[in-house]
Design a protein around this ligand. Structure first.
Ligand SMILES: [Zn+2]
Length: 174
């Protein structure tokens, strides 16, 4: 895993922000038994109620040793780190706005907008998306954040082209 490249172990991690529980985003949650896992309450409760979409990774995100902190809507988690509620791809999906000293504001939209070319107000939903109206509303919310916060880097969830341009561990953004 990437943590090993940084000389870290999952036990060294205090806080794990969960965007949503799709299998490609929640498959290692059960390794982080020493962390506080932060997720939107609406997403957690939907998954916990047995929604079939989140069953694939349930053994990982619903492991009894995990400790969750449930948040409701946009939440400043730490100074300079804000969770942004961005439903649409999934109910209660969350994105992350992070202020870094050198890089400036970084917006991790993740699966709210999986690829740069979808980052437009009138975008259409894909089959994996839950709700087109919410998806568009969340996309507009993120577009306006980029403007108002003067975001210097927006990171998309599944943009292979962008990925090649990003610093990846053990490199990092300061
Ligand atoms: Zn994804």
């Amino acid at each position: 895993m990437h943590l090993a490249g940084l000389d870290l172990h999952p036990d060294d991690i205090d806080t794990l922000i969960c965007t949503h529980f799709d299998v490609d985003h929640a498959g290692y949650h059960d390794a982080f038994t020493q962390a506080e896992l932060v997720v939107q309450r609406s997403h957690y409760e939907l998954a916990k109620s047995g929604h079939p979409r989140y069953a694939a990774a349930r053994a990982h995100w619903d492991h009894p040793a995990l400790r969750y902190r449930l948040v409701d809507g946009d939440t400043e988690l730490l100074s300079g780190l804000t969770l942004i509620e961005t439903s649409g791809h999934a109910p209660g999906h969350q994105s992350i706005l992070l202020h870094l000293p050198q890089t400036g504001p970084v917006l991790l939209v993740i699966d709210a907008v999986a690829m740069q070319r979808l980052f437009t107000p009138e975008r259409k939903a894909w089959p994996m998306d839950d709700n087109e109206e919410q998806l568009q509303a969340s996309t507009r919310k993120l577009i306006s954040l980029v403007e108002h916060e003067e975001v210097s880097l927006t990171i998309f969830g599944h943009d292979g082209q962008q990925w090649q341009t990003l610093k990846t561990a053990p490199q990092y953004y300061e």
